[in-house]
Ligand binder design. Structure first.
Ligand SMILES: [Fe+2]
Length: 193
């Protein structure tokens, strides 16, 4: 699968529409988990990584009115040369949410489930790392699972979307392990230890 722009160009593209550091951490973590999943499944690591990196491209220009999230993304991505298939996968991470008229849509393909799970699990992992004094290097699946079960912890993280990993034939433990591994690899870039 070919990509119309390099990773460096994608970062510049993101900066044009997003200026918040915390949002960038989320983009990089989503990319890292997608790459790790692609590696696990023998899929195209660069392509899956690009989906993670750019999935919220219009967040910075729609977050004051979240119902508009993903209404701008197709146009912006098209201008950068991304094809309909790439754009549809990006938009699918909003299925089920009250944004861009996506509430009643359902994910069906492996790559759609992967993106939704990847962009959701990193919120839980990042919050847990902060609680642990920014430490991720020794984070264990068992501890993360406890936080997953504690619905009051990082309450905004939708546990049902994380459970969609079952559609990737991954149990929660395995998905947590893959996700922690992916994010660990970029810990220095995102202020974790
Ligand atoms: Fe996101």
């Amino acid at each position: 699968m070919s990509l119309p722009i390099s990773r460096q160009q994608a970062l510049e593209f993101l900066k044009k529409y997003n200026q918040t550091e915390r949002d960038f951490v989320h983009f990089l973590e989503s990319e890292a988990v997608m790459k790790e999943l692609a590696g696990k499944f023998g899929e195209d690591v660069e392509y899956w990584g690009m989906l993670g990196l750019l999935h919220d491209i219009d967040w910075g220009v729609t977050k004051n009115n979240p119902q508009e999230h993903l209404t701008q993304a197709p146009k912006l991505l098209k201008e950068m040369g991304f094809d309909e298939n790439f754009i549809q996968i990006i938009v699918s991470h909003g299925y089920g949410f009250d944004c861009a008229g996506l509430q009643d849509k359902k994910r069906t393909s492996k790559i759609e489930f992967a993106l939704a799970c990847a962009e959701t699990i990193n919120g839980l992992i990042h919050s847990y790392a902060l609680m642990r004094g920014k430490k991720i290097s020794d984070m264990q699946v068992k501890g993360l699972k406890k936080k997953f079960k504690d619905k009051a912890f990082a309450a905004a993280v939708d546990r049902n979307i994380i459970r969609e990993c079952e559609n990737l034939d991954l149990g929660l433990d395995e998905f947590f392990d893959i996700s922690i591994k992916g994010i660990k690899k970029i810990k220095d870039e995102i202020g974790l230890e």
